[in-house]
Design a protein around this ligand. Structure first.
Ligand code: SAH
Length: 254
């Protein structure tokens, strides 16, 4: 997977790509991350990337020309109208980070992890000229119902979530399958659901709680079942605990 990150703050990405799973995936050439300074695609002396909004109002808006030029230069071709089927390369996503976009979820990350390339456009100021969302980006994505000051953190979040789903990126292949948001409840045999749960439940589970040593800390004991070593009992306990936690913290998932 190749990630291209288009930004007016290229230095922003120096640290976050240098740690843990993302770093190892880069070193193993499972992913390649290229940070593209948007200002390289300006043509004036001041390297202007923004301008005042038509219709008035506060703040500045990222201009379309440098963004279209940057993406076309990265692709090595004209995008034409990226929303028309023939111009679209199914293996490349051009994603505009936007508080007004569609919500990014684990299933979005899973879909992206199948691609060969993602170009992530980081907005700033009041946002980005709408023609970028309409005619350049193949998707407009939000990481949550809150407003940040730029698309850099959202883009990094997408890079991280997608990278850990690329085969080989995690030490233990099984681990990405047992994580939060990964399991559909409908796939759980009813015999393994607690009695008070509707068997026709559909939805996703959060992760089960994890414990490590010491077995007792400040008087708080690790649940007996986990210490017992009976694998089937442990699996049952984890299932029930995951359901309980999902019901408590994220009932909307059930
Ligand atoms: N005026 C916009 C917010 C602009 S914030 C609005 O009200 O929707 C500036 C930039 O930060 C955006 O262009 C976008 O790239 C990024 N951004 C802010 N919040 C985001 C979110 N929740 N998800 C993804 N990107 C976000």
């Amino acid at each position: 997977m190749r990630f291209d990150l288009i930004t007016i703050f290229p230095e922003f990405f120096a640290g976050p790509l240098e740690h843990g799973i993302v770093r190892r995936a880069r070193e193993a050439a499972l992913i390649h991350a290229h940070v593209q300074d948007l200002r390289e695609f300006t043509k004036d002396r001041h390297r202007t990337v923004d301008d005042r909004p038509f219709g008035g109002g506060e703040g500045m808006v990222l201009k379309p020309e440098p963004l279209f030029d940057a993406v076309e230069s990265l692709l090595g071709r004209s995008v034409g109208d990226a929303t028309s089927q023939d111009a679209r390369d199914p293996n490349t996503a051009i994603v505009l980070m936007s508080a007004a976009g569609k919500l990014f979820r684990q299933e979005t990350a899973r879909r992206y992890s199948q691609l060969q390339r993602m170009i992530l456009i980081c907005g700033r100021y009041e946002g980005v000229d709408e023609r970028v969302a309409e005619h350049l980006a193949t998707e407009e994505i939000s990481i949550g119902d809150f407003v940040l000051s730029g698309g850099e953190l959202p883009a990094l979040l997408v890079v991280d979530a997608v990278t850990r789903l690329i085969p080989g990126a995690l030490g233990n292949e099984a681990s990405s399958q047992n994580e939060s948001f990964s399991e559909s409840l409908s796939a759980v045999p009813s015999s393994r659901l607690p009695a008070n749960y509707p068997t026709a439940a559909t939805g996703m589970l959060l992760d089960y709680p994890h414990y490590t040593r010491p077995a007792e800390y400040r008087g708080w004991k690790v649940p007996e079942t986990l210490i017992g070593g009976n694998h089937e009992e442990v699996a049952k306990w984890r299932r029930a605990a995951a359901l309980e936690k999902t019901r408590r913290n994220r009932p909307d998932l059930l």
